[in-house]
Design a protein around this ligand. Structure first.
Ligand SMILES: [Zn+2]
Length: 83
C-alpha cells in the first residue's frame, strides 16, 4: 500500500520481448504497416499506423528514444517555419 496511487495502469506487452509493461513506463512507437491479401483476384493493400509498445530496455536497444528526439526536432522546425 504505497507509491503509485493512480490506480492500476493498463499493462502493455512489449512488441519485442513480450514483457508486460505498465502504460506509464512503456515507450509508444507507431510504425507503418502493410497488409496485403494476395488472393487470386483481389489485391487489396491496407496501410495503416499501428501503435506498438516497447519496454524501456528494448526501446533503448532499438534507439526509439533517439527517433523520438528527431521527431520532436522536426516538429519544432515545422513550428518555427510556420511561425
Ligand atoms: Zn522488451
Amino acid at each position: 500500500m504505497s507509491g503509485n496511487r493512480r490506480g492500476r495502469q493498463k499493462l502493455e506487452t512489449c512488441a519485442s520481448c513480450g514483457r508486460a509493461v505498465p502504460r506509464g513506463k512503456a515507450v509508444e512507437y507507431s510504425s507503418r504497416t502493410h497488409f496485403t491479401t494476395d488472393l487470386k483476384e483481389d489485391n487489396v493493400t491496407y496501410t495503416g499506423f499501428v501503435d506498438q509498445y516497447y519496454c524501456i530496455s528494448c526501446a533503448k536497444h532499438r534507439k526509439i528514444f533517439e527517433k523520438k528526439k528527431q521527431q520532436a526536432q522536426r516538429l519544432k522546425e515545422k513550428r518555427e517555419a510556420y511561425g
